[in-house]
Design a protein around this ligand. Structure first.
Ligand SMILES: Cc1cc2nc3c(=O)[nH]c(=O)nc-3n(C[C@H](O)[C@H](O)[C@H](O)COP(=O)(O)OP(=O)(O)OC[C@H]3O[C@@H](n4cnc5c(N)ncnc54)[C@H](O)[C@@H]3O)c2cc1C
Length: 150
């Protein structure tokens, strides 16, 4: 393990667990050691099958995959986060929320994560870094300007 890889999250208040066995790591998390060992074994088998990705797993890992077979094993608790909606509230150019017939809902404006049009056909982040934050700020400003005129 490279300690400097983990110094920032731990310094920021994160927790890091370490064990020389997968089962030992599971015990520190309070999860079933056999379940985690089986999951890691399945993952390692999938890496063997595919040189670059673990395409036989669901969800598919699309980046490079490396086997988890060399101690120490290190883990940290994580939570899910919603980055953006892939089909959320539809807007017109004035940032007004639209109903199912495409008619503006009086007094309702939206911007950012809850809106859907920009990413409805897929994530554009690979080609446009900051697209979600940019959309939130830009459309939020449009909405705020319109609301200020009411
Ligand atoms: C891990 C991760 C990585 C990301 N990476 C990128 C990236 O590289 N580029 C990019 O463009 N986008 C990225 N995004 C997406 C981007 O962060 C969001 O799409 C964007 O921040 C959405 O902006 P928003 O204003 O809709 O919501 P938010 O930024 O979540 O703002 C909502 C705010 O409302 C506050 N709030 C919630 N409830 C209440 C309440 N009841 N009263 C008052 N305030 C409240 C919250 O505290 C929060 O501050 C990422 C998102 C995640 C989770």
């Amino acid at each position: 393990m490279e300690p400097e890889l983990f110094s920032q999250p731990v310094g920021g208040g994160g927790r890091l667990y370490e064990s020389n066995t997968v089962e030992g790591l599971a015990e520190q998390f309070g999860i079933d050691p056999k379940d985690l060992a089986d999951a890691v074994s399945k993952y390692n088998d999938a890496v063997d099958e595919a040189t670059e990705t673990t395409s036989s797993l669901l969800p598919v890992k699309t980046g490079k995959a490396f086997k988890l077979d060399t101690p120490p094993f290190v883990g940290t608790p994580i939570v899910n986060g919603a980055a953006m909606s892939f089909g959320g509230i539809l807007l017109n150019k004035n940032a007004q929320a639209l109903d199912l017939d495409g008619v503006p809902i009086p007094g309702l404006y939206a911007a950012g994560r809850v809106t859907g049009g920009l990413f409805a056909n897929g994530y554009v982040g690979d080609e446009a870094h900051g697209a979600a934050v940019g959309e939130a700020g830009t459309v939020g400003k449009i909405a705020a300007d319109r609301i200020a005129q009411l």
